[in-house]
Design a protein around this ligand. Structure first.
Ligand SMILES: Cc1cc2nc3c(=O)[nH]c(=O)nc-3n(C[C@H](O)[C@H](O)[C@H](O)COP(=O)(O)OP(=O)(O)OC[C@H]3O[C@@H](n4cnc5c(N)ncnc54)[C@H](O)[C@@H]3O)c2cc1C
Length: 802
């Protein structure tokens, strides 16, 4: 078949992801779509997937996505006439340990909150649903009747048929060998059969997506691992409607197939597939059996389902699947190239999630922005450094296993670290810092006493709590230093810099040089794309400070709004400055010992900055505090960081100066009701809902993005409202994500939580939906669901009371 010279959208890859994007584009009326597949449809990874389809994802928006997928899979056959193999057989998840059971109980509570039917059942009930399973050693189980299974290849072909029926062209046997770009935009593809021009290109190339991305300078950080399951012959008692069963403590799952079992899993130490590049001829191919690698799964499976001891094992299937550095998939428009979208990296959940992901991608392409908060899967969460192949390979060995491993609260990934470090890394390490990682940056979470190792992870009160409390105490009663070097820092310069910021920011940005402004940046729905602290340094020079994880995202959002005629240049200067936050009632006294500059309340007003001497260095001091109370943030040229840090410690010895970490910082900001983007703030929350009205200036002369949406919502009932939750019980320790129960109904989840010295208990932030969003809270009794237990909390609109 000859290729057209032009298509509105070209999709590269005919697996389930590409076919779903094509199907949903056509459903939205974009029918001039060309899908190119180098082999045959499904011939990459899709054809050999096991086909488990579950609904629960870790958060509300992702669960909505997979729920939609199930609705689609259950009706697709009627629409296209092609069978999908969809069977709503339900799924049973079992727990071997009390801790795992607590995690499952949290899942039940969250499922109710997200509108997914889910029940806790006894081991005996689990055995009734899954008779070939051994249950005598189980602590408990849950039952999700809406889950199911599908035949991956049939499902993909059915989506392809649905797309074709609406006008999409699908051409097999065409490898896309290049991307045509003009003015930093993707405008077409190259193939041996000729070039095709397009307005939008979608990379759905599965495990080839990284190498295909490289052709156009786009970073798609994924890497393949060998991935296994066995297929058995017929087993008595195994029937087509036998539920899917997962035994995560044994790393294994089961699905019925032709009267036998498919049993596979996620071993703790996976085996990366070191094939680089992956040949385009790898079609309908598998890798060699590796029983040694499979042994841990097989041993666990023989224990759980003794029938395997005598069952015929027809094959051990080993097929590669791609995994990403954080175990989540990769969606969205590439920050490196306009009109170039990516939908890949499904981490062995591409069958379950492609239905929903395809729709979200189509909406994003058509609407110009995502239709809901997709930050967890957004391609802009990855910096360029994440494309390193050695790091990807090592991380893939770890992330595959995380699917079923017990995930402890605040558990840190271990591979490919340390990578991005502050100049103080070794010094802080020597002082007992226990590091966590954010966007590749090593950040001290807390400081351990000498000679003590990291306490074990736990679901209860953590071993580090007393050490963190001491850091909090220093912050509230003396002075503490927080190394916040990982902040993203973007320098915006040029004649039109102010006008650009005025268009993007809801607050008034035309302030005198030296002033700092806290502002949300909104999307057209009035949702918060980011919250920034902007320092005006001169008439046409602004230093933008934003969260450590948001460098690429915010750079992308701001730079894509620079018009061709604008005189405005944005530069990522994150690595040029360290940030040392000096916090506490003795912060001023400490700085006075190392600086001759006037830092009195008159000499440096709140929310102002100025350059000062510290020791022999020059730094920019900002009077501002994320943790609440008095404090200064010092923006220090990287090469002087060690000097400034040592000078502060030298001078702070008798003042009770302490090093403090992110756990203390986070808990104190929660106590003070400070919101964090990615937790309380995101594209689905408006400033009205988030209680950030103070940072919106509707009457500023300049128009800003999102203003119409805010005006329309003004005076209307709130969909949800951010509240503070104070635990009644000082012994209860929460971790975040727990459902909030008000008047007997689940109304939302905890977005952030920490230990509060002021309350002497945990304090949390979270959204209340429905009627509770429109009533005042100044001591409303409520509950949270903590590992299956109801724990009493008190809700406040403002806490601590002013
Ligand atoms: C053993 C195993 C079990 C699994 N079990 C499940 C499960 O139970 N449930 C679940 O949800 N998921 C499961 N998965 C994962 C699932 O198979 C994948 O996530 C999914 O198939 C990925 O689909 P895709 O469209 O992204 O990739 P693919 O199916 O690989 O499609 C990508 C396509 O792009 C084509 N392509 C690449 N480069 C080019 C180019 N330059 N030009 C033209 N075409 C190109 C390839 O030929 C390929 O066909 C499993 C995977 C494995 C390996």
């Amino acid at each position: 078949m000859t290729l057209p010279s032009h298509a509105q959208v070209v999709i590269v890859g005919g697996g389930i992801a590409g076919c779903s994007v094509a199907y949903h584009l056509a459903k939205l009326g974009i029918t001039d779509v060309l899908l190119l597949e180098q082999g045959k449809l499904t011939s990459g990874t899709t054809w050999h997937a096991a086909g488990l389809v579950g609904q629960m994802r870790p958060n509300r928006s992702m669960t909505a996505m997979s729920k939609y997928g199930i609705e689609l899979y259950s009706t697709l056959e009627q629409e296209t006439g092609l069978a999908t193999g969809w069977k709503q057989c339900g799924s049973v998840n079992v727990a071997r340990t009390p801790e795992r059971l607590k995690v499952l109980k949290k899942q039940v509570a969250l499922a109710h909150s997200f509108g997914v039917e889910c029940h806790e059942i006894t081991p005996a009930e689990a055995g009734d649903k899954y008779p070939v399973m051994r249950t005598d050693d189980l602590a408990g189980a849950i039952w999700l009747p809406g889950d199911g299974k599908a035949n991956p290849a049939d499902l993909c072909m059915s989506l392809a048929k649905g797309a074709r029926n609406r006008g999409v062209k699908i051409v097999e046997g065409v490898e896309v060998t290049g991307v045509i770009t003009e003015n930093d935009r993707a405008v077409g593809v190259r193939t041996a059969q000729g070039d095709v021009r397009c307005e939008t290109l979608v990379n759905c190339a599965g495990q080839w997506a990284r190498q295909f991305g490289r052709l156009a300078g786009v970073n798609v950080p994924l890497y393949s691992a060998e991935h296994f399951y066995i297929v058995t012959g017929k087993i008595p008692g195994v029937h087509p409607m036998l539920p899917v069963m997962r035994d995560p403590d044994g790393y294994i799952y089961y699905k019925e197939e032709v009267g036998g079992l498919v049993m596979g899993g996620f071993e703790p130490q996976a085996k990366p597939w070191a094939m680089d590049p992956i040949p385009s001829t790898f079609q309908f191919e598998l890798l060699g059996e590796d029983w040694d690698q499979f042994e841990i799964l097989m041993t666990n499976a023989m224990h759980r389902t003794p029938c395997l001891e005598t069952a015929e094992i027809k094959m051990l299937l080993n097929g590669p699947e791609s995994f990403t550095p954080d175990g989540n998939f990769i969606l969205g428009e590439a920050p490196e190239l306009r009109n170039y979208f990516v939908c890949a990296g499904f981490n062995s959940a591409g069958i379950a999630n492609s239905g929903g992901a395809g729709r979200l991608m189509a909406e994003w392409i058509v609407g110009g922005e995502p239709s809901m908060d997709l930050w967890e899967v957004d391609i802009r969460r990855f910096g360029a450094f994440t494309g390193n192949r050695r790091a990807l390979s090592e991380r893939t060995g770890e992330t595959l296993g995380l699917h079923y491993a017990m995930r402890w609260p605040r558990q840190e990934l271990e591979t490919a670290r340390p990578l991005r470090t502050s100049p103080l890394y070794d010094t802080l390490l020597g002082k007992g810092a226990e590091f966590g990682s954010k966007n590749g940056w090593e950040r001290a979470n807390y400081f351990k006493p000498a000679g003590v190792s990291r306490p074990d992870y736990t679901l209860g009160s953590p071993g580090w709590l007393p050490w963190m409390q001491a850091e909090q105490q220093a912050t509230r009663e003396a002075v503490a230093i927080y190394d916040q070097t990982s902040f993203s820092k973007l320098l915006l310069q040029g004649r039109d810099a102010l006008a650009l910021l005025q268009r993007l920011c809801a607050n008034e940005m035309d302030v005198p040089a030296g002033k700092m402004v806290y502002t949300p940046m909104l999307n057209t729905r009035g949702g918060i794309e980011s919250d920034l602290t902007v320092m005006r340094q001169a008439q046409d020079k602004f230093l933008i400070i934003t969260g450590s994880a948001q460098t690429v995202r915010d750079f992308d959002w701001i730079s894509r709004h620079i018009q061709p005629d604008d005189h405005a240049v944005l530069t990522d200067v994150s690595a040029l400055y360290s940030v040392l936050s000096v916090m506490g009632p003795k912060a001023r006294e400490l700085l006075a010992r190392v600086s001759p500059d006037d830092l009195s309340p008159e000499g440096l007003k709140f929310s102002w900055t100025k350059e000062i001497d510290v020791g022999h260095a020059r730094v920019r001091a900002a009077r501002m505090s994320y943790v609440g109370g008095p404090g200064f943030e010092l923006y220090v040229p990287v090469e002087m960081t060690r000097h400034v840090y040592l000078a502060l410690h030298e001078a702070g010895r008798e003042l009770g100066l302490k090093d403090a970490g992110y756990y203390a910082l986070d808990a104190l900001r929660i106590e003070q009701g400070r919101r964090a983007w990615g937790a309380e703030l995101g594209p689905d929350e408006t400033p009205w809902e988030a209680g950030l009205a103070f940072s919106v200036k509707l009457d500023k002369p300049a128009h800003f993005i999102g203003k119409e949406a805010l005006l329309a919502a003004q005076g209307q009932p709130l969909r949800k409202k951010l509240v503070t939750l104070v635990f009644d019980d000082a012994q209860a320790f929460g971790w975040g994500g727990e459902p909030i129960v008000l008047n007997g109904e689940t109304v939302g989840e905890i977005s952030s939580i920490g230990w509060s010295p002021l309350a002497g208990a945990c304090v949390a932030l979270g959204y209340v939906r429905g009627a509770g969003a429109n009533q005042p809270h100044a001591g409303t009794p409520a509950h949270i669901e903590l590992w299956g237990q109801r724990v009493a909390v008190t809700l406040h609109d403002r806490w601590p009371q002013p």
